[in-house]
Structure formats: C-alpha cells, structure tokens
Design a protein around this ligand. Structure first.
Ligand code: N2P
Length: 377
C-alpha cells in the first residue's frame, strides 16, 4: 500500500471511531435522562440562590437542571411575552407577573401539588397575591427593598461625617453626586424600582402613576447622570465590595452580599446599606410557571424542594434576602432575621410602598423617561 493511501485509511478509521463514540455518548445521555428524572429549565435572578441548591436538587431527584440568570424584569418579561422561551420556572417580581398573566404568559399553579407550600408566610404571600390578583399565580421566593449601599470611609472622606446616609439625597442630590463621582456611583437598571423612589425623594407618592411625576423623576435622574459610573443591576455587588465604586442604589440582599464579600476578602472596605427615610418600595419575587413550559411536573418538584424549610433557610443565609418561607425562620442566621435592612422595622414599614402594576400607557411613559435618562439626554 502506498504511504499516502495508508494515511488516508488511518484517517477514515479515526473519523469513524469519533463518529461512533459521539453517537454512542449522546445515546447514553438521552436514555439516562429519561430513566432518571428528565429535565428542568430554570431562569432566575443572578446572585439569588445558594451555591449547592441546584446540585443538591439534581442529586436528590435525578433531574438535569439548566440554570440561566437575568438581572432585569424587563428582560424576563420580553422573553415571556415572546413565548417559546424554553423555561419551565421563572421568578418575576409580582407586578411583572400580574402583567404577564394578563397577557396569558403564565399558567396557574396548583398549590395542592406542593406539599411544602404550607411552609409559606401567609402574610407575605397574601401581599404578593393581592398585587397579582390571584392566589394561584405562584409562591413568593424572596422579598426585599431598594435602598442605598455605600462605602463608609470613601463616602465620609468626601462628604464628611454629616453625609446624609439615611436619605436618597446621598446620591440624588447633584451636589453630593458630584463629590462622589470620582469614587464611583452606580444605579440599578430597574426603572420600576428607581423611578418611584426618585418620586418619594421629590415629595410625590411612590405609588403615583402621574405622567408629570415620572417626568420630574426623569429630570432629577438626568441631573445626576453626568456623575454616574454606570446603570446596571448586577455589576455593583463586586464593584462596591472591591472599592471600585463607593455608592449605589441596590437591592437589599445584593448590598449585604457585597458587604460580606468585602469582609471575607479582608480588603478593608466596610459596606453599609440603608432604607432611605423618605421611604422605598418593597418587592416580592414569585416562583411561577410559564404557560408553555414543557417540564411542568419537574417545575412543581423544584418549587416543592425550594419550599422545604432547610432549603429555604440555606438560600436566605447565602443571598441575604428576606424569605417568603416562615418555617425556615429557625434555621435563618439571627443576624439576618434581626437586620432592619433585611426585615424592616415596624417604623420603617410605615414609609414602605409597593410599586403598582403599571398599565400599558404608564409602562410606555416609564420606558420613555428611563430611556432618555440612560441615554444621557
Ligand atoms: C438578586 C436580585 C433581586 C431581585 N440579585 C430584585 N427583585
């Protein structure tokens, strides 16, 4: 045999082996999937679950999980309204779930299929149900507030000891923002969490749906726009923990995760979070099943697992958000349970409100005002 022919023969045999092995391994995977628990595709907020929750669930059930993340209700909403997202379980905030349900994007949840649903805190669940207008839309996973996280030393160096670390003015007053510009200010890319709070800062009700109030809030944000490092909802956790930014409008648990990361890194940055005294919005994130989910049984199994007291407590202890799960309380770190930034005091509660479910017209105003601000116009 000629040498070149020999090489050709070896090449053909090698290719055949590769094709055979690939074919074989994909067969094994498919049969394993069907023998075991099948699949589940989850879409959840980033930094919102303990590190081992998914792997523990897979080990217990044999279900293979695909776990993707988002950091914006608007991104999730666009996927849900377009349909065919491929997801079996998602975690929208209650106002977005309400709108999604009106559009037919979600299915009802049969709570009788979820044994551990009885672990839920009835008061928290009722608040979310009222917003959504149904008591079978889904179960609250976590809830929290929107407030300000800041680096103690960096802010004191620039604004002195009288820095208003109890007010939205720390960031929203252009005079303060100008002084903090060099150490870095960030704002959530979450119009429905930011605009209502800018309204409370301006003295309007956070629940207002008046066009002029949104426009005034947009103008107030545009006034500090030149001093902002960025507008993003997931980047500030690491950045504030590392001292790359010094003040940020953030969600409660993310701020505490940042404080914890700084502590662990022993980098000298002390991060605090507060609910501004003008008030803020409370929000409820709900585990819900899209209308066109393919693995509905597994979605139920997962919700039931997440509702187990020990699993819920492990998640809270990792993400520092308040739980919808009452039975989890004994296993939640006392530091978390007693923290006024996580579980607000009765006094703070007086100033808290819930962002209303915006109708289509209000939604258009919100989008227009937000786009103008983020584009820097
Ligand atoms: C978690 C984000 C919390 C969700 N990183 C805000 N509703």
């Amino acid at each position: 045999m000629k040498r070149s022919n020999l090489f050709l023969l070896i090449g053909v045999i090698a290719a055949a082996v590769v094709i055979f092995l690939n074919f074989d391994s994909s067969n094994i995977k498919t049969s394993q999937l069907s023998e075991a628990g099948g699949e589940l595709k989850i879409y959840n907020w980033s930094d919102y679950i303990a590190e081992d929750t998914i792997s523990n669930f897979e080990a217990e059930t044999g279900i293979i999980v695909t776990y993707d993340m988002y950091d914006s209700n608007e991104v999730l909403e666009a996927k849900m309204l377009a349909g065919s997202s491929g997801y079996d379980l998602v975690v929208p905030t209650a106002d977005f779930l309400a709108r999604g349900r009106e559009a037919g994007a979600y299915q009802d949840m049969d709570l009788s299929r979820i044994q551990n649903a009885s672990n839920q805190d009835p008061e928290i669940q009722a608040q979310a149900d009222r917003m959504v207008g149904s008591n079978s839309a889904g179960l609250v996973y976590m809830w929290g507030s929107t407030g300000i996280a800041y680096n103690e030393d960096m802010v004191a160096e620039r604004l002195g000891d009288d820095a208003p670390t109890d007010s939205w003015s720390l960031i929203l007053d252009p005079a303060n923002a100008a002084k903090l510009e060099d150490c870095g200010i960030a704002i959530l890319d979450a119009p429905t969490d930011v605009l209502p709070n800018v309204m409370t800062y301006l003295g309007y009700p956070g629940t207002s749906m008046e066009k002029s109030h949104f426009e005034a809030a947009g103008d107030a944000l545009s006034a500090i726009r030149p001093y902002l490092r960025y507008i993003n909802s997931s980047q500030s956790i690491n950045d504030i923990a590392n001292g790359d930014i010094c003040a940020a409008i953030m969600w409660s648990g993310d701020a505490f995760q940042a404080a914890y990361r700084a502590e662990e890194a022993e980098n000298g940055h002390v991060i605090d979070y507060y609910i501004p005294n003008e008030g803020t919005n409370l929000w409820f994130d709900v585990m819900a099943i899209p209308a066109d989910a393919k693995n509905v049984d597994n979605a139920y199994k997962f919700v039931d697992y997440m509702m187990r007291a020990d699993v819920a407590a492990a998640n809270v202890n990792y993400v520092w958000y308040a739980s919808g799960n009452e039975a989890a309380r004994p296993d939640i770190d006392p530091e978390i349970l007693s923290h006024p930034g996580i579980y607000p005091t009765e006094k703070a509660k007086e100033k808290l409100f819930v962002t209303p479910v915006y109708d289509a017209q209000t939604d258009r105003i919100v989008t227009r005002v937000w786009n103008r601000f983020s584009a820097g116009n």
